[in-house]
Design a binder for this molecule. Structure first.
Ligand code: SF4
Ligand code: SF4
Length: 133
């Protein structure tokens, strides 16, 4: 997928949309790194939680919308609790996923899952709720 973005973040439609959906002001973040330091999923992410804000503040929503990190985020709210500015990063991660899902894009194809026979149905259902529109 290709997104045409970069430049003035205030004019970036995806930055605006992320702020609207999440209700968070991404320009407040001052890069203290406390969110990433406490994130249990950080080691699996391609863009760290604090870097999400850095990219958005630079108007680069393209990298964020094509990153794995929002999908790897476990929505545990550790970052939200640790932020000294009360920025709800978990809501920002959710907003980024939401933008993709509203475009009817699957993050995973349910028909490609081979583990259906060994995973409990509730695990599959909750994952499909997160990863598919
Ligand atoms: S909500 Fe997501 S980004 Fe925040 S600490 Fe948890 S896993 Fe990391
Ligand atoms: S903890 Fe808050 S202020 Fe610090 S880097 Fe993360 S989002 Fe930004």
């Amino acid at each position: 997928m290709k997104f045409e973005i970069r430049g003035d973040p205030h004019k970036n439609p995806y930055v605006k949309e992320i702020m609207e959906i999440s209700g968070q002001n991404i320009f407040k973040c001052y890069q203290c790194g406390r969110c990433s330091a406490g994130c249990p999923m950080a080691e699996f992410m391609d863009i760290l939680p604090n870097q999400i804000f850095m990219y958005l503040q630079e108007g680069d929503a393209e990298s964020i919308l094509s990153a794995k990190s929002p999908w790897i985020c476990a929505a545990c709210f550790t970052c939200t609790v640790r932020c000294p500015l009360d920025i709800d990063l978990a809501a920002v991660m959710e907003a980024i996923r939401e933008i993709q899902l509203r475009k009817n894009r699957d993050y995973i194809d349910p028909y490609s899952v081979d583990e259906r026979d060994i995973l409990p149905p509730i695990a599959l259902v909750s994952n499909f709720r997160k990863f598919t529109p």
